[in-house]
Design a binder for this molecule. Structure first.
Ligand SMILES: [Mn+2]
Length: 421
């Protein structure tokens, strides 16, 4: 019996993003977060006496600013070497060979797979075969898995690859491959990387994205870590997520539809922040607070937004001490309108709203209305499609949000110019 760790997307020394508003946030803790999470990985490997550690790409976020990043990493590798632990790495899009100009020799317990073709390493004493290939350049568009060899002998076979698989929301479709393609190799375990959200894609054979080890912005919420795998008699007998992160991102969605006054909003918010704090399980939490719903207090919230944001920050401090910060406060509430009555009372406005409600804004139906839409969407500037709140034209949910926004804006504007029901 032996165990191994499967990790990916460590993005060592990557900055955490979107904290411009959190002036009270502990900047030192935040800056060192990816390193401390990696230290947790090393401690776990030693504590669990794992046989080896797999890193499935994007160990580095980008080219090193200086040699510190590489020295830090090698120092930790030497600790693993002293504990008799081997490490196997493939590079991904962020740390592809073409992206990294500085390198340091790796300690001899560490193997970085070739970029030119799949390599196979055999660990005789464990009867394990590891097949892997690194990214040569940032945007690998071919299916790298295609050239991987079939499973070797009676060994426990592992495929190590950075890939978007058949495509995953919010992730560039690098080194695309299919489930059937991976299954066809006859391996026991595919150790994938690239997708930052943990996902067990398949169980026979095991195909796993462990997720990244430290959330870096508000779209990387919840517990982050690695996958600890136990193998006995050539089969996986246990697979567990092991949290490694030192800071935790949470979204607090507060539905204020039923709130009659600001005090009630405050109470709801408090309950939501307490939940976020508890979900951090002892780790400091960085939360985004979003108030939504059509509510009788909409006007008040709009008018007092700036003041209330500070009050909520104050509340976070009160609840969490140094353990809870608000990354951002968003007011997404709407005027409370009785659309049914409204539609009946005014024929013109009513039919406008009815049409809006029936409008099926979705990626597919837009394509039916205008086949040219794809060409147009492809021309959207990259800053709209990446960053803080990316617009993804393939996500129906985002079109629905847009429809609701249009509806509310139109109704609010029209009501303001007279004729309220
Ligand atoms: Mn990646």
């Amino acid at each position: 019996m032996f165990t191994f760790i499967h990790a990916a997307d460590i993005h060592l020394d990557s900055p955490l993003r979107g904290l411009e508003l959190a002036e009270d946030a502990p900047l030192d803790q935040i800056r060192g977060a990816t390193r401390r999470a990696f230290d947790n990985l090393v401690e776990l490997a030693i504590g669990e006496h794992v046989a080896f550690v797999l890193i499935a790409g994007d160990l580095y976020d980008d080219d090193w600013k200086d040699f510190n990043t590489g020295l830090f990493f090698n120092q930790r590798m030497v600790r693993l070497k002293e504990a008799g632990i081997k490490v196997f790495i493939v590079s991904g899009n962020h740390d592809a060979a073409s992206q990294i100009s500085k390198t340091l020799r790796l300690p001899d317990n560490v193997h970085l797979f070739s970029t030119r073709k799949p390599e196979t390493l055999i660990l005789e004493e464990l009867e394990v075969a590891i097949h892997g290939q690194s990214f040569a350049s940032r945007s690998v568009t071919e299916d790298l898995s295609g050239n991987f060899p079939r499973a070797v002998g009676k060994h426990f076979n592992i495929g190590l690859l950075h890939t978007a698989l058949t495509g995953r929301e919010g992730h560039a479709p690098y080194a695309p491959c299919t489930l059937d393609g991976l299954k066809a190799k006859g391996y026991h375990y595919w150790a994938l990387g690239h997708v930052h959200q943990r996902e067990v894609v398949n169980e026979t054979p095991w195909i796993v994205f462990p997720g990244n080890i430290q959330g870096r912005h508000i779209r990387e919420t919840g517990s982050k870590g690695c996958t600890l795998v136990t193998v006995d008699g050539g089969e996986v007998t246990q697979i567990e997520h092991q949290p490694l992160d030192v800071l935790c991102w949470q979204r607090c969605l507060v539905d204020v539809s039923d709130c009659q006054n600001v005090d009630e909003v405050y109470e709801q918010t408090q309950a939501c922040l307490e939940k976020a704090l508890a979900a951090g399980d002892g780790r400091p939490v960085i939360a985004r607070l979003e108030l939504h719903g059509s509510s009788p207090v909409h006007q008040k919230l709009q008018a007092q937004g700036a003041y209330l944001s500070e009050e909520f920050r104050n509340l976070a401090l009160d609840l969490g001490g140094q353990g809870l910060w608000l990354e951002r406060v968003r007011f997404k509430t709407r005027e409370q309108l009785d659309l049914e009555t409204f539609m009946q009372s005014d024929e013109a406005l009513g039919s406008l709203v009815k049409n809006l409600l029936e409008l099926d804004l979705a990626a597919k139906s837009l394509h039916d209305i205008d086949p040219e839409i794809d060409a147009f969407l492809n021309k959207l500037p990259p800053e709209l499609r990446s960053g803080e709140d990316p617009f993804d034209p393939t996500a129906d949910e985002q079109w629905q949000e847009l429809r609701t926004d249009i509806q509310n804006l139109l109704v609010a504007q029209l009501l303001e110019s007279g004729g309220a029901p």
